[in-house]
Ligand binder design. Sequence first.
Ligand code: NAP
Ligand code: ZN
Length: 359
Amino acid sequence: MALETPNHTQTVAGWAAYDSSGKIAPYIFKRRENGVNDVTIQVMYCGICHTDLHHVKDDWGITMYPVVPGHEITGVITKVGSNVKNFKLGDRVGVGCLAASCLECEFCKNSQENYCDQIQFTYNGIFWDGSITYGGYSEMLVADHRYVVHVPDNLPMDAAAPLLCAGITVFSPMKDCQLLESPGKKVGIVGLGGLGHVAVKMAKAFGHQVTVISTSPSKENEAKQRLGADYFLVSTDAKQMQRGKRTLDVILDTVSAKHSLGPILELLKVNGTLVVVGAPDRPIELPSFPLIFGKRAVKGSMTGGMKETQEMMDVCGKHNITCDVELIKPDKINQALDRLARNDVRYRFVIDIAGTSKL
Ligand code: NAP
Ligand code: ZN
């Protein structure tokens, strides 16, 4: 493992956290040359995912500092490798969580690269050449074209950026639970944050009745009026949760902190499925009674494969689904991370990396 290898010749300006204080400061580093399978991207926007916060604070104990976060990247192609046929100069593209995978295992061959056991992430990963990967809080990115998608023309690059992680992370389990092809289900979304708010928009676009389960009563009006949710349950209100018992077919749990799954499982009908996508730093409690009395299932889901990510972008283009974003300049990243930690964002911060927006 090395910070840089000899093929890292391109100097890039970015923003990194240097230790678990999580404070972000400017960072100049090197990226690899554009290889035959690579495209170079001028980064325009990068969303601030809660995973970035987990990483800069080393919540999961896996951070390699300095860490340049960012895996909700949109930008424009400025260089194309000789093997790359599906992208050209000037294309509007997006990069999410994946930087590399083995390309040979059953999951890679089946367009489920996200479950390859040699997967490397866009940041805090180790690329094949031994270098540590640096993410989208930076002005330029070199990416293997197999992990890059097109951004539909009708989607604005700022509000589309969070689709690259938040969007695909909720789209993939919805697809897995057949929510794309069978409308009319009762879907619950736990946690109305970056992931949760896109999930509400998608579930509505796919024709479902949507219940938000939230700790924040202040989000109820927006959830219903802006995002289109049908019902809103305050998870700390036992009476409301009691009324919601056995009403939902599928629930997506996007919560970033430790919480009990018991009351959430009770909201599922018999045979219902709870998909956990939130990744708290401590284990979440899973009581057995609500599981066995309702024959309910709990599963996880991790981002999505690349084919599915392009499909998700195209579906969002078709339904005009974008994220509700608060645009910030790079010098406000620390304030944004502090506000994200306090659950004070509607609903995703996006950094205007290229400085092209009027802020
Ligand atoms: P976010 O914007 O901070 O949203 C999380 C939401 O969880 C908050 O808005 C809040 O919603 C709720 N919440 C926060 N603290 C809570 C607590 N103590 N108890 C109950 N609810 C609480 O975060 P995000 O970017 O959507 O990410 C959510 C989680 O998903 C993170 O852990 C992130 O690392 C993980 N993630 C996983 C994947 C994957 O592939 N599986 C991909 C991306 C992110 P309310 O105010 O409505 O309660
Ligand atoms: Zn993310």
